[in-house]
Write a protein that binds this ligand. Structure first.
Ligand code: MLT
Length: 209
């Protein structure tokens, strides 16, 4: 579907009481990438899966970067706002509560940016291979927002220190953070998926927000 401002896929819930998931793909992915993964991680949840609008050598992303790990902050700010507006429009169109983001790499970075600058857009997040996208000033109030951050201990793309700094900022913002560095590189492993499935399975019924 191409309405609501983003090309996207929407898969309705098949089980009641599960939070909807917002799927955010990595660089070069699209709206189809994470659907099967999400169905395995959280069976029955509604899935909202937009395609990033920025093209880097033809590869979709959610915001521009100047180099690997060096982000165009003006674009990031505008794209984060645009994504928050899409979430609001999709919640109305599909009658959804605030979603839990499941983001990988570039998708995890814009999910982190949403948490830090538009905290009401999400009810939680699974951040797979994320880093701190910017230093928020002031810190958002993420009291009680559940966040799972899984970094790869041998990730060549996301420096361990940048992932750790994201964990520190989320903790200082009072998110209910679970943070693990798994024995992996940038790519996801079965270990990641097991941890994410267990974490998502423990989330309560969808929040009323
Ligand atoms: C980013 O640009 O968001 C990160 O470097 C990860 C990625 O390449 O997607």
């Amino acid at each position: 579907m191409s309405d609501l401002g983003f090309i996207h896929r929407f898969v309705p819930a098949t089980l009641p009481g599960r939070p909807p998931l917002l799927l955010l793909h990595g660089t070069g992915g699209d709206e189809n990438d994470l659907i099967q993964l999400a169905q395995a991680l959280a069976p029955g949840s509604a899935l909202l899966s937009p395609r990033g609008k920025v093209l880097e050598h033809g590869m979709p992303r959610f915001f521009r970067r100047l180099a690997e790990g060096v982000f165009d902050q003006v674009d990031l700010k505008a794209r984060t706002k645009e994504l928050a507006d899409f979430i609001a429009a999709a919640r109305k169109a599909y009658d959804l509560s605030a979603p839990v983001a499941v983001g990988f790499s570039n998708g995890a970075n814009i999910a982190a940016s949403l948490l830090l600058s538009a905290p009401d857009a999400l009810s939680g997040a699974v951040l797979l291979r994320a880093m701190l996208p910017f230093e928020p000033m002031p810190l958002p109030d993420l009291s009680g927002t559940p966040v799972l951050l899984l970094s790869g201990a041998n990730d060549q793309m996301i420096p361990a220190a940048a992932a750790k700094r994201l964990a520190e900022v989320l903790q200082a913002s009072h998110a209910a953070l679970a943070y693990k560095a798994v024995p992996a590189g940038h790519n996801l492993t079965q270990h990641d998926l097991n941890i994410a499935a267990e974490w998502l399975g423990k989330l309560g019924p969808e929040p009323l927000a």
